[in-house]
Design a protein around this ligand. Structure first.
Ligand code: HMG
Ligand code: MG
Length: 308
């Protein structure tokens, strides 16, 4: 078995992470978090979400966040800041704020689609096709998500073939990458490998990403299982933040610090710097008033504290 030599991490903390916080985080703090994540070497940082503010008030300032991030003269070049757009209205607002990459988000479960975006899977794919068309006219790349790739909070287990069918539609529509979301963190390594294999039969493996929530503590094991079958793109959130307000029981994403610790141990390059990542981790932890959920971050910060 040969693991990938290089892995790309997509940081979703400023979006998936902060959309699920009870408190509204000030715009300046979001910008400070993204700037620090940039400094840590991440090349893709999901900056926000152009969804209805009555559905997700935490993301209402995404336009201001994106504008401020893009205006930072110290910003490392070559970093992309995708934002979620559920429909043309969100897409237009994202472009207006300067977005140069967007993400659309479908589901492999009908019930979750209804609860999350208030329409059926097939209706959502029609809306997303319109977003992809508008984006392609502006040469804006679109990333696709499939939620509930292992299980749905309302329907239970989801068959890998159902996931593959939605992933294929998103890819054929024009998404450059399709991220497979274990929304409620129900996956275990063998189930995750079966799901990836079903998707890789219809979408090239190098266009698939793993997006694993850590509800049952399996996310790192699931990333390792995904590396074993050749997947090389993973979503993660600083401090293990995250969850979807419309997925009851979902907890945070796999922590970026934990994934980096794993990759470093395996000798897999990700272009990231742990010391700088810990700066970002401490920054947001301080603002949220709690320790990072990442065990790696806690251990490394405690060791650093002890050294001082
Ligand atoms: P709806 O109520 O069916 O939409 O919501 P509507 O078209 O009837 O519009 C209702 C109101 O929303 C109207 O305003 C629209 O103008 C407004 P009103 O006239 O009542 O004042 N509206 C918007 N406002 C701002 N931006 C927009 C927009 N669209 C309509 N883009 C809608 C449909 C999709 C808008 C809604 O259901 C929604 O915003 N849902 C978002 C839910 C969400 O963000 N969930 C979290 C992200 S997904 C996730 O976390 C999973 C993921 O991480 C992967 C994984 O873990 O599995 C990606
Ligand atoms: Mg998620």
């Amino acid at each position: 078995m040969v693991l990938p030599g290089r892995v790309k991490l997509v940081e979703v903390g400023p979006r998936d992470g902060l959309q699920n916080e009870k408190q509204i985080i000030p715009t300046a703090v979001k910008v400070g978090m993204i700037d620090r994540l940039c400094d840590a070497g991440l090349s893709v940082i999901e900056a926000g979400s152009f969804v209805s503010p009555s559905w997700v008030p935490q993301m209402a300032d995404s336009g201001e966040v994106l504008r401020a991030v893009l205006a930072n003269p110290r910003r490392r070049p070559g970093v992309s800041f995708p934002v979620l757009a559920p429909n043309l209205r969100g897409f237009d607002a994202a472009v207006e704020a300067g977005a140069r990459e967007v993400a659309i988000f479908a589901a492999a479960s009908e019930s979750f689609s209804q609860k999350n975006i208030n329409c059926s899977v097939s209706e959502s794919l029609k809306r997303f096709a319109a977003v992809v068309d508008s984006a392609s006219a502006l040469e804006i790349p679109v990333r696709g998500y499939v939620s509930c790739v292992i299980a749905c909070p309302y329907e239970g287990r989801i068959a890998p073939q159902k996931v593959a069918a939605v992933a294929q539609r998103l890819f054929e529509m024009g998404c450059h990458e399709v991220s497979l979301g274990d929304t409620i963190g129900a996956g275990t390594p063998a189930a995750v490998q079966r799901m990836i294999e079903a998707c890789a039969a219809v979408v090239p493996l190098d266009r698939l990403a793993g997006h694993y929530h850590d509800t049952f503590g399996m996310a790192i094991a699931n990333i390792y299982a995904s590396l074993e079958v050749g997947m090389a793109v993973f979503d993660s959130a600083i401090g293990g933040l995250g969850g979807c307000p419309y997925a009851p029981g979902a907890s945070g994403n796999v922590a970026t610090e934990d994934v980096l610790f794993l990759l470093q141990g395996l000798g897999i390059d990700s272009g990231m710097d742990m010391a700088a990542l810990l700066v970002a981790s401490e920054y947001i932890a301080q603002h949220l008033g709690r320790q990072p959920a990442s065990k790696a971050a806690r251990a490394l910060l405690a060791r650093r504290g002890g050294d001082a």
